[in-house]
Design a protein around this ligand. Sequence first.
Ligand code: MN
Length: 241
Amino acid sequence: MNTLFISDLHLEESRPDITGAFLGFLDKTAPGAERLYILGDFFEAWIGDDERTPLQEQIAAALRALSDSGTDIFLMHGNRDFLLGEDFCARVGATLLDDPTLIDLYGTPTLLMHGDSLCTADVEYQKFRANMRNPQTQKLILARPLKDRQQMARQLREMSMATNRGKAEDIMDVTPDEVVRVMEISDVPLMIHGHTHRPAEHDLTVNGKAAKRIVLGDWDQYVWWLNVEPGKKPELNKTPL
Ligand code: MN
């Protein structure tokens, strides 16, 4: 019995190596897992469930095969694929999760997040995030023709690349106090998130008790996944991509 966590694959047409690595992961690592959690930025871009590119269809079919085989799949939005919707989830047999979501991980209360909301030092980004996560904004975006949305996604990506280049390293990481604040509210000994592309295990203190924050890795150079089994220490794994 085991549960797997991945995030930040940033699947896109220009990186067939990552698509291949993910299909390999579904073929070799995922079978038999009780649950698979994908904690955001699964796709590099998502402009609506109606787009249906060959890459999206290929990934959807592979996920469907895993869910049909008995693995429960859970998807959380990242800052890139926040428009991923219920249609796609229904198609692949996955459940869309709120950010954050509290789960019982074999007896350990665990808080799951994408991680971008923890980067509170990036005030400019948090404003953008609040706007983009507003259901009314999303409705307006999704009502626009596909062509407009594709154009908008390209512009957003160029803007984000240009602004992030000028940002200090610590601004792009989580704010330590925010991590503790969020964990103390839910009173959890474990948090799992992605987003920062800084895979690591951090020990910290939450409400006076020992706690841990596990950061998943992005699939650029390595395939990263977290494996959790009952009664065992969570294991962060990597293999060259
Ligand atoms: Mn992200």
